[in-house]
Ligand binder design. Structure first.
Ligand SMILES: Nc1ncnc2c1ncn2[C@@H]1O[C@H](COP(=O)(O)OP(=O)(O)O)[C@@H](O)[C@H]1O
Ligand SMILES: Nc1ccn([C@@H]2O[C@H](COP(=O)(O)OP(=O)(O)O)[C@@H](O)[C@H]2O)c(=O)n1
Length: 221
């Protein structure tokens, strides 16, 4: 059986990781894993069970009963905790506000890294694109293609606020900037590690960005 082609894509908030990865996976006939959804689903679970998201021990205790599942077909994306579909809920500002606190707990990270790797192994398609913050460096450092997808903070803020109607642009910008600052204390996703190709989409439109990823995968396989 052919080995699965693994594509790792990291980058800051609003750089286009999820939407570009999903479209590129569709174009390549690959699966697609949004690893941020797992951190968000755990944060959602903590809020749902009224767990203190600033208490690492309480967060780690949630992992014993965290029935997380995610759709990895680009056209069948869903995020569930048990039977509850949380695909939309995990994007709510109340979840985004606490996800970085959840993501900085080492035991949470090591648990989810193993979960991400099991999802990679589970794909029945010839390849899988995995996107997040630490994919090129921790989850899949031996991936066939490793990409840092970035854009200027201004471009990322504009894109994120264009899709979040419930928050003011100023509030979205402040939240995005502070989350990047918190996240980069845990994982460096602003500088490409050795062997990682940087794609800066600031001057590219969506389709050009997708094409850049597809071209890179096709030349690296
Ligand atoms: N190159 C691009 N040009 C314009 N808009 C883009 C581009 N890449 C992504 N977007 C849009 O920016 C928004 C944020 O993209 P998303 O995939 O959610 O980013 P991330 O997952 O990195 O936070 C989405 O509405 C997406 O369609
Ligand atoms: N591989 C990953 C993916 C996400 N995360 C955390 O999860 C949060 C949400 O990730 P996301 O990819 O859904 O966020 P966006 O970049 O889509 O805004 C990030 O802000 C990080 O705190 C992480 O630590 N490691």
């Amino acid at each position: 059986m052919n080995a699965t082609t693994v594509v790792a894509i990291d980058g800051p908030a609003g750089s286009g990781k999820s939407s570009v990865s999903r479209a590129a996976a569709r174009a390549l006939g690959f699966s697609y894993q949004d690893t941020g959804a797992a951190y968000r689903a755990l944060a959602w679970t903590a809020l749902d069970r009224e767990v203190d998201t600033e208490n690492p021990a309480e967060l780690v205790a949630l992992l014993a009963d965290f029935p997380y599942s995610i759709g990895i077909h680009p056209d069948d994306y869903f995020v569930r905790v048990g039977a509850v579909d949380v695909t939309e809920a995990i994007r709510e500002p109340r979840v985004t506000a606490v996800v970085s606190a959840v993501a900085r707990v080492p035991e949470v990270r090591s648990f989810l890294v193993e979960l991400f790797r099991s999802v990679i192994r589970s794909t029945d398609r010839p390849g899988i694109i995995v996107e997040g913050r630490d994919i090129t460096t921790v989850v899949a450092p031996d991936a066939n293609a490793r990409i840092l997808l970035t854009a200027t903070e201004e471009a990322r803020m504009a894109r994120r606020s264009a899709e979040l109607s419930t928050e003011s642009a100023a509030k979205t910008a402040q939240q995005l900037s502070s989350r990047d600052a918190q996240d980069s204390k845990v994982v460096d996703f602003m500088n490409a590690a050795d062997g990682v190709v940087t794609i800066d989409s600031t001057e590219l439109d969506f389709d050009q960005t997708v094409q850049a990823v597809v071209d890179l995968v096709r030349t690296s396989d």
